[in-house]
Design a binder for this molecule. Structure first.
Ligand code: ZN
Length: 207
């Protein structure tokens, strides 16, 4: 099922539930009490719809918006003749970084083969990639992608989009990113859709 069909398949039962009283008032024959709206079920249904809309936005515009913000992509491989041990790798990375990336704003992505482990950014509020070389999961890293971003102001958005696109396993709960999310088109869409659905299907109201 495509996104818009799944969205409608989720929306229709909610609409029917919320118009029960109205339809009875208009003459629909039906016995028994009006079905109750249970908070947990309502929230689950709304979140499912939010997820569908978010995924649709991500697929339609996520990659393109991310690519627009990126000037250049560079890759570094920790396992190819970079010496043994964390210190040797840090040093090797640092000299590569100084030569290729220098002070530019970057979103970086750590990969273990095809699995994304971590997304971060340099610049204000961000940490240099080497800060993560000490993490327990660093041993499995096979590649670091560095995306040079055009301009500091796009950095938080590009980081949020990278998280949305690559779904890193080791990023903590997104509280630190929360304030930036409104700049990300995918997360903005999520917030708008949730707000709209909660307006349409409020928990406490006569139906
Ligand atoms: Zn986002």
């Amino acid at each position: 099922m495509n996104h818009s069909k799944s969205f409608e398949a989720g929306l229709d039962p909610l609409f029917r539930l919320y118009t029960q009283r109205l339809r009875r008032e208009a003459g629909k024959k039906s016995r028994g009490p009006l079905p109750k709206i249970d908070r947990w079920r309502l929230e689950t249904r709304i979140e499912r719809l939010v997820e569908i809309a978010r995924d649709s936005e991500l697929r339609a515009h996520g990659r393109a918006t991310f690519d627009q913000a990126v000037l250049e992509k560079r890759q570094w491989h920790p396992k190819r003749g970079k010496g043994w041990g964390v210190d040797a790798k840090k040093q090797s990375f640092r000299s590569w970084y100084d030569k290729i990336i220098y002070g530019r704003n970057c979103v970086y992505v750590f990969w273990a083969k095809r699995k994304c482990l971590y997304v971060g950014r340099t610049g204000s509020g961000g940490r240099r990639p080497q800060a993560h070389f000490e993490k327990y999961w660093f041993r499995s890293v096979t590649r670091i992608d560095m995306y040079v971003v055009s301009g500091k102001r796009k950095l938080p958005m590009a980081e949020c989009l990278a998280i949305d696109l690559f779904n890193p396993a080791k990023n903590k709960v997104r509280s630190a990113q929360q304030k930036w999310r409104r700049r990300c088109p995918v997360c903005t869409k999520e917030v708008q859709i949730r707000r709209k659905l909660k307006q349409l299907f409020p928990l406490r109201r006569k139906r």
